[in-house]
Design a protein around this ligand. Structure first.
Ligand SMILES: [Zn+2]
Length: 164
């Protein structure tokens, strides 16, 4: 955030309570910057994991889970079902929480990726505008170029569990 969303004045960094805060000198108020929240799907078939190749930046060309940001009017559970359908054509049911990953490597902002184990219950696997080449990878065949934003952490953790 560079400019005040309320008045358009250039924001400054000022110290409050020993933390640098984004401050509008015009409005005299702090604009807090919070973490972004994403939701992603681990979908397994015959011990293989579904990954998609990103068509857009950041991380263009790298592989990630079906995932997306959680909208302000939906729960993470709703988001993972919606995003999985948008990106893969698969209708899924959430089976459980896998883990929550903190990331600080995405130019769009730091955040949390909430990863759920999901089971396909319908639909047909297809590519989308954002994500192409949907492929089930065995643990030993997981691509090296994994996307940031928590995806690399989630996929490596899955791979480690699978090889144990
Ligand atoms: Zn302002």
């Amino acid at each position: 955030m560079k400019y005040c969303p309320d008045c358009g004045t250039a924001l400054e960094l000022r110290e409050f309570g020993q933390r640098q805060r984004t401050f509008c000198p015009q409005c005299q108020r702090i604009h807090y910057v919070q973490l972004k929240v994403g939701a992603g799907a681990l979908i397994e078939q015959d011990g293989k994991l579904l990954l998609l190749q990103r068509t857009q930046s950041p991380f263009q060309g790298s592989w990630n889970l079906p995932a997306g940001y959680v909208e302000s009017d939906e729960s993470p559970l709703e988001a993972v079902v919606r995003e999985t359908y948008e990106e893969t054509g698969l209708r899924v049911e959430v089976e459980g929480l896998v883990d929550v990953y903190f990331f600080a490597d995405d130019p769009r902002g730091n955040g949390l990726l909430i990863v759920y184990e999901c089971r396909p219950v319908g639909g047909e696997l297809r590519a989308s505008q954002e994500a192409i080449n949907p492929t089930f990878f065995a643990a030993r065949a997981i691509p090296e170029n994994l996307a940031g934003g928590g995806h690399n952490q989630a996929v490596r953790a899955w791979k480690k569990r699978s090889l144990e």
